[in-house]
Structures are given as structure tokens and as C-alpha cells.
Write a protein that binds this ligand. Structure first.
Ligand code: S6P
Ligand code: ZN
Length: 187
């Protein structure tokens, strides 16, 4: 039998994994249809800002293996809506995930296929559990980078399609200078 060899990475408050195997950058232009305010989206698209960067260490996609990744979610808003990740279900629905806050502050938004929504704040030192079957997205509600670590089954695989088509039932917007979760049709 071929064993996977153990390995490790280091990260600091900036969230850059050393070493990492894969780096993914998502710009505003990669997120058409994700933000509620289409006019604000179009006008910000001229700058096409970087929304988040992911540093990944994927393990072989086999049952029992774990992958880990850090995400650096930059501060900003599209209209009143904070910068956020695309969000996804795991393609293998019965797999969960663990999030660990590294720096900055934000919200982990989760939703079941039936439309139940849960949100929790993540700051440095927060450990949050995303159980199987919950779609998950992170949102930067602060003025600095929101950085976190995610640990997930290596065979979970991502289903982005469902969220890209239907979105989350709730969105996080800034109202009176504070984050407020509202129905996506209330924008
Ligand atoms: C992977 C984990 C995170 C996200 C990352 C980017 O299961 O949840 O590493 O991939 O935060 O978000 P998204 O929705 O674009 O994959
Ligand atoms: Zn995930």
C-alpha cells in the first residue's frame, strides 16, 4: 500500500500558507450575479477588484483524507453588500468542514437545501463547525482583511452551481454603519 507522506504548512496573520500547492484569486468579474446591487456591481467592475485569495493544500481526493486552505477575504462593499466568497455546497453532501478565524472579522453564513439559514461571527481564535449538508459562504464585515483557515474532507469537492443559480436566502448588508442580515429580496 502507498501511504500519503505527512506534511505541514505555516501561516501568519496575513494567511499566506507556506508552502501551498494551489493559489486561487477571485476578482469581482468572476462573481457576476452574486451581488444584489447590479448597478453598483457594474460600476465597480471598471476597477475589477480582487475579492479574495485562497491558498490550498489539497490531499488526494480519497475518503479519510483532509485538505486545508486559508482564505484572505479583502474589505469592501458592492453597494451596501459586503465582499464575500462565492459560497458552495460540498458535492459530496454528507461532508462537513471546520473554520478557524486567523485575523480580521467576518461572518460565516450557512444554509440548508430547505432554506434554513444560520450565521455566526468569526474573529481570531473562533473555531466554527459547518455540519454536512450546509452550504457555506464567508463575508468580510470589517475594514481589514478577514483571514481564516478551512479544514475539509479531501473528497468533498465543491458544488458552486446551486449557489450561483439561487444564491443564499439572506444577504449581509451595511445599514446605519452596522452589518444587517436581510432577505435577498429586501435589498
Ligand atoms: C473549502 C472551504 C474554503 C473556500 C474558500 C473560498 O471547502 O470552504 O477554503 O473554498 O473560502 O470560498 P468559495 O466558496 O469560493 O470556495
Ligand atoms: Zn467548503
Amino acid at each position: 500500500m502507498e501511504y500519503t507522506k505527512p506534511y505541514r504548512s505555516l501561516f501568519g496573520e496575513d494567511g499566506i500558507l507556506e508552502p501551498f500547492a494551489k493559489k486561487i484569486e477571485r476578482r469581482l468579474g468572476d462573481m457576476e450575479g452574486f451581488f444584489a446591487d447590479e448597478e453598483a456591481y457594474k460600476s465597480l467592475l471598471k476597477e475589477d477588484p480582487l475579492i479574495y485569495t485562497v491558498y490550498e493544500m489539497p490531499a488526494p481526493a480519497e475518503e479519510g483524507q483532509f485538505s486545508y486552505a486559508t482564505t484572505i477575504l479583502y474589505p469592501g462593499k458592492v453597494g451596501e453588500e459586503y465582499f464575500m466568497t462565492k459560497g458552495h455546497y460540498h458535492a459530496k453532501r454528507g461532508t462537513g468542514e471546520i473554520y478557524v478565524g486567523i485575523s480580521g472579522c467576518g461572518v460565516l453564513l450557512m444554509q440548508t437545501q430547505e432554506g434554513e439559514v444560520k450565521s455566526m461571527e468569526i474573529v481570531k481564535g473562533t473555531v466554527a463547525y459547518v455540519p454536512p449538508y450546509w452550504a457555506h459562504r464567508t463575508i468580510n464585515t470589517g475594514g481589514e482583511n478577514f483571514v481564516f483557515l478551512a479544514i475539509y474532507p479531501a473528497d468533498a469537492s465543491h458544488d458552486y452551481g446551486s449557489i450561483a443559480e439561487e444564491g443564499f436566502a439572506k444577504i449581509l448588508v451595511e445599514r446605519d454603519g452596522r452589518p444587517r442580515l436581510i432577505g435577498k429580496d429586501e435589498y
